[in-house]
Design a protein around this ligand. Structure first.
Ligand code: PEP
Ligand code: MG
Length: 761
């Protein structure tokens, strides 16, 4: 018998058309969703799921279960034991033969797909996805273009992903039994699409009965990742007429390389570049399928589709859950939900959420935060991220718009009110409240679920159409878990990946981490964190910033007792100052970059924070060179965060920087002497202050003269006024928050067009 109570060796595999959503316990989240779509009569590429029960039966029937669970019962603070446990578990799983009959059943199922000739995708589908962290359930492995020869091996690799060091560590730390997670594996025929794209079955921001379809040549990755600007079709659902067809100049397409089987990027042949991708009949077919999906799920859907010859496939369908500012504003104005105002703070992450309060005072109380709760805490810390993911909203006593809570909440898509003063005193556990992350209010009682913002999966920005802009529009990422959402915005790359969140989420200072796990594990922790994002965006550039956490953030971590006490951490030991003082630690960061470059991640760029002058830059550059990184071959640059840096950028350009990026969170606080985390002066924190704008404008001017690219990665890059200013000044790129990317793209385009028009008028 298996953990879910089924005797799965009778049915090692389930075909997608046999699966319903309540089979989630044996087929995992991914498998259940594909099964549900198949059941709805949608043309999903055929496939099957090797059930969680099969994995369970494999370890039990071959008798490796006890050895496996014993092997991972270790002191997870002992880094050698941890890597030994991962290796042992992997060896046990990969080197133990799958019972013959199961193997045959899996291969027989494969043979039923295209007479054994199919290229398939093999994906893990963990059955514990609702548990606190994906790392708990194991790495989410995906292998593409797999053939019969490698199938069994890949399935076993998916199983082994339950026992990565990170997953073992996490379960041990949280006191979870290793025995309670299972893993299913989805095996599905790959679709070699001639054309593909996405479809919104109702207008995603207005909900009007208009179907919007984006389409490009080749495989869907090009559209979903935003690498290509697709054709855009708008169809009136009532009349079935195409009311708008915008044909884009499609330069790139993704294809399967016939020789290697890998997905490659190619130039679109000249005769297709400006040709319309979808004929009327194809639009009609898509519209019909879209309507079928919407009827089945009873709500508007965001669908990924592909066409091969004259066959249409649907690859994924999920509800459109965009934030409706109107309904948020209305609900708040009407005081819905009982509405007596309890507290006010800063609206730091938009949307409305209701739920029971959970006061979190100490780290060990994080378990008490359940799905849909409202976390109330003095200030969030990086290791609260798993709990923040479960929560429907976040309230903090302290902090401003650029505090940890604000940044992470925006990336998770969870409404947040920060700097609310005494929320942890005024609220109590279990009290039902509603927070409005636009207005910054906390009110009594709950609002109806349809007025609340659906949290984590609000992937799609409000306007589905990505305009082409000359100024690049990128996205900021702080937590690697947000990379997928960030990539789905269609941004031109990552303008800021903050490294400190990767380290601090281990709840240890770098020094303590190294003491406990060794230098190599530290370097690998950075490599893994960056890789997750660099893969998601490849070949779009990802600008990774070296460590920049103030001592008060480090102090909350294990090992933080050794941090110096500073009266003014924001003016203190952080950014490049600390790196240039702790050369050994800085060296590990540079070593991580060197390894990433060696692995072929040529889309990774290096950015140094809080530099003041060319001397800082030259020292950092020389250290980079000594670490085996050639500054002439790699893209590297600095953040402009102090007035000194802005005024001294010319000498930095001469030192060889490729780019300068405005960190307006800091540049504003240092120019105006307004602590960015102090709610008492939050109303004075003005990134559009003339002094700040002048520093920015002059820096752009100097950089243009020296052929240095400019960008912004502070919070202000998401503000329309700042966007218009920067485009007028000639900035090279703008990096915005995930939820703002699409609006920024439109703002940039409008401004660029206006400038062009003005120049010819
Ligand atoms: C900034 O200062 O604007 C910035 C982006 O860096 P951080 O918010 O991490 O200090
Ligand atoms: Mg900064």
């Amino acid at each position: 018998m298996t953990a879910d109570g089924t005797d799965s060796l009778d049915t090692p595999v389930l075909w997608l058309d046999e699966i319903r959503s309540d089979d989630i316990g044996s087929v995992g989240g991914k498998g259940a969703s594909l099964g549900e779509m198949t059941a709805a009569g949608l043309p999903v590429p055929p496939g099957f799921v090797v059930t969680a029960g099969t994995y369970r039966a494999f370890i039990e029937e071959t008798g490796i279960d006890e050895e496996l669970f014993d092997a991972v019962e270790i002191d997870s603070d002992d880094s050698e034991a941890l890597s030994g446990a991962e290796a042992k578990a992997e060896e046990l799983i990969l080197e133990t033969e799958i019972p013959g009959s199961v193997r045959e059943d899996i291969l027989a199922a494969y043979d039923d797909l295209d007479d054994g000739e199919a290229f398939v995708a093999v994906r893990s589908s963990a059955t514990a996805e609702d548990l606190p962290s994906a790392s708990f359930a194991g790495q989410q492995e995906t292998f593409l273009n797999i053939t019969r020869d490698d199938l069994i091996e890949r399935i076993k690799q998916c199983w082994a992903s339950l026992f990565t060091q990170r997953a073992i560590y996490y379960r041990n730390e949280q006191g979870f039994d290793h025995d309670i997670v299972d893993i299913a594996v989805v095996v599905q025929r790959m679709v070699e699409a001639d054309k593909s794209g996405v479809m919104f079955t109702s207008h995603p921001s207005t909900g009007k009965p208009k179907i919007i379809i984006e389409a490009a040549w080749g495989l869907g990755e090009a559209v979903v990742s935003g690498a290509v600007s697709p054709d855009n079709y708008v169809i009136d659902r009532e009349t079935g007429e195409t009311v708008e067809a915008t044909v884009a100049d499609k330069k790139l397409m993704m294809l399967k390389d016939e020789e290697t089987g890998e997905t490659v990027e190619r130039a679109v042949p000249d005769d297709k570049r400006n040709a319309r991708v979808l004929a009327d009949e194809e639009l009609a077919k898509l519209v019909e399928l879209g309507e079928r999906a919407e009827t089945h799920y009873d709500e508007p859907q965001d669908v990924e589709w592909a066409i091969v010859g004259d066959e249409v496939f649907m690859l994924q369908s999920r509800p459109i859950t965009t934030i409706s500012e109107e309904s948020a504003a209305e609900a708040a104005a009407n005081g819905e939900g009982g509405g007596d105002l309890i507290l006010n703070g800063l609206g730091a992450s938009p949307g409305i959420a209701s739920g029971p309060v959970r006061i979190v005072r100490k780290l060990d109380q994080l378990d008490k935060v359940g799905e849909g709760d409202i976390i109330v805490t003095e200030m969030t810390t990086p290791d609260m991220v798993p709990a923040m993911k479960r929560a429907s909203g976040i309230i903090t006593d302290e902090g401003g718009m650029t505090s940890h809570a604000a940044i992470v909440a925006r990336e998770l898509g969870a409404p947040a009110v920060v700097g609310a003063g005494s929320a942890t005193e005024q609220l109590e556990d279990g009290r039902i409240v509603t927070i409005d992350g636009d207005k910054g209010s906390v009110t009594e009682g709950a609002v109806e679920p349809d007025e609340q913002t659906d949290s984590v999966d609000d992937v799609r920005p409000q306007n589905p159409v990505k305009p082409m802009t000359a100024t690049e529009v990128k996205v900021n990422v702080s937590i690697p878990e947000a990379a997928e959402r960030a990539a789905a915005t269609g941004a031109d790359g990552v303008g800021l990946l903050r490294m400190e969140h990767m380290i601090l989420s281990t709840n240890k200072t770098p020094e303590r981490y190294i003491e406990d796990h060794g230098e190599d594990a530290y370097v690998e922790e950075i490599v893994d964190g960056v890789r997750g994002v660099a893969d998601e965006f490849y070949p779009r550039p990802v600008r990774v910033r070296t460590l920049d956490a103030p001592t008060d953030e480090f102090r909350q971590m294990e090992g933080g007792e050794n941090e110096p006490h500073e009266h003014n951490p924001m003016l203190g030991y952080r950014g490049i100052r600390r790196s240039l003082d702790r050369l050994e630690l800085f060296g590990y960061e540079l070593e991580a970059f060197r390894r990433l470059f060696e692995m072929g991640y040529d889309n990774v760029e290096i950015m140094f924070p809080l530099v003041n002058d060319a001397e800082d830059v030259i020292r950092a550059r020389d250290l980079m060179e000594s670490a085996g990184i050639d500054p002439d071959r790699r893209n590297w640059g600095v953040m402009i965060e102090t007035p000194a840096a802005a005024l001294g950028v010319e000498a930095m350009a001469e030192a060889g920087i490729d780019f300068a990026s405005f960190g307006t969170n800091d540049l504003t606080q240092y120019t105006l002497a307004v602590d960015r985390n102090n709610e008492h002066v939050a109303d004075r924190f003005d990134e559009l202050h003339p002094a700040v704008l002048r520093l920015i404008g002059d820096t752009i001017q100097t950089c243009r003269e020296h052929d240095v690219a400019t960008s912004i990665c502070g919070q202000a890059g998401s503000k329309p006024d700042m966007v218009r200013f920067l485009v007028t000044e000639g900035v090279s790129s703008i990096s915005a928050n995930i939820d703002a990317v699409r609006d920024v793209q439109h703002e940039v385009k409008r401004k660029e067009q206006k400038l062009l028009l003005d120049s010819v008028r």
